[in-house]
Ligand binder design. Structure first.
Ligand code: ADP
Ligand code: NA
Length: 328
């Protein structure tokens, strides 16, 4: 019997991943290579739901792939590919769109959030239907499990509904995927606004893996704390200090209570210096490996070509089966 299969993706919409992306998601991707048959995708089709500069997008897609490899994805143990290199995603997506109710799609709360800035009328139809493309991404691989955070729960529910609907109408075809809720995934907060999630949409308070390490050290040293002196984990009253403790705990893989003991009677400056050192020790080798991939484009192409080939082998079978069943 085979290992459970997972599918996950990340958008190439920033110049660098940040430490929240790594501790909250990508570290689990790396670990799941041991326990699952993994398909991981740089989802460039999702990126164009909002306007992108073509050259920047193409570059970020490669940098995203290089970072995933540098962080520990192993092409021998997972299938790493760029979404647009596997046409079955869009083929399946159209069939799934025709199976989705307009009202059903309209209930996706993320569209409401994401379209708020420009207004729904100015948003692309692609942004509106992107959860359906996401369903196609997952169903194309007959994934058993999808690692998700809370914010993706509703989309996975849509994926499950579409799989069940298709199976009921056309006969058993899709595996109905289960959410794989990551236990104790770190939630990392912004360094300057520690009540907000660290996010590329708040670029001033992120710790970016590819930023010059000196700049990151500076960000850590000027991270918002509080006017007390005590190094104590208290998310409610001491969000800044708690976030620094959480980061150090995740990077060193030492539980927070042990850190509280270690820093008893010491100052915020010590905590920040140690976190800065831990971050630099993590980021420097990652940056070196990313540079290697970026200075050898042929090697990166080879990894991505092989990944796309393997992905197509699976996804093309699903798309062909689906077209056949639908009468295409
Ligand atoms: P951003 O929030 O910076 O736009 P994405 O939405 O592209 O990042 O998220 C990519 C992955 O990283 C998702 O799986 C998401 O759950 C995870 N992630 C993003 N920000 C954080 C954070 N601050 N803490 C933990 N995980 C995060
Ligand atoms: Na986000």
């Amino acid at each position: 019997d085979r290992k459970p299969r997972v599918l996950s993706g990340i958008q190439p919409t920033a110049d660098s991943f940040h430490i929240g992306n790594y501790l909250g998601a990508l570290r689990q991707w790396v670990r799941m290579q041991d326990t699952h048959e993994c398909f991981y995708s740089v989802v460039d089709l999702h990126a164009i739901t909002v306007e992108q500069d073509p050259a920047v997008l193409r570059h970020r897609t490669r940098v995203a792939a290089a970072q995933l490899l540098a962080l520990g994805l192993d092409p021998e143990r997972c299938t790493l590919f760029v979404q647009s290199q596997v046409p079955a995603h869009t083929q399946l997506s159209w069939v799934m769109e025709c199976l989705t109710g307009f009202g059903e799609a309209s209930r996706m709360t993320q569209f409401k959030d994401k379209s708020q800035r420009g207004g729904a009328d100015r948003s692309s139809v692609g942004l509106f239907t992107y959860p359906i493309l996401q369903a196609a991404d997952i169903l194309a691989y007959q994934a058993d499990a999808v690692p998700v955070g809370e914010d993706q729960r509703q989309h996975l529910e849509l994926t499950r509904n579409l799989a069940q609907r298709f199976n009921a109408r056309y006969g058993p075809t899709f595996v109905v995927p289960e959410p794989y809720i990551l236990k104790s995934t770190a939630k990392i907060y912004d360094l300057t606004e520690p009540r907000a999630k660290m996010s590329k949409s708040l670029p001033g308070g992120t710790l970016d893996l590819l930023a010059p390490v000196k700049a990151s050290v500076k960000r850590i040293k000027s991270a918002v704390t509080d006017t007390e002196r005590e190094i104590r984990y208290d998310e409610e009253n001491k969000p800044g200090v708690s976030n620094l403790l959480g980061l150090l705990s995740e990077l060193r893989e030492v539980p927070i209570p042990a850190l509280e003991q270690e820093y008893a009677g010491r100052g915020y400056g010590d905590l920040k210096s140690d976190l800065a050192a831990a971050f630099v020790a993590f980021a420097e080798p990652v940056q070196a490996r990313v540079q290697e991939y970026l200075t050898d484009p042929a090697a990166l192409d080879k990894v991505l070509d092989l990944g796309a080939q393997r992905a197509r082998q699976v996804a093309d079978v699903t798309a062909a089966t689906v077209y056949e069943k639908v009468g295409l």
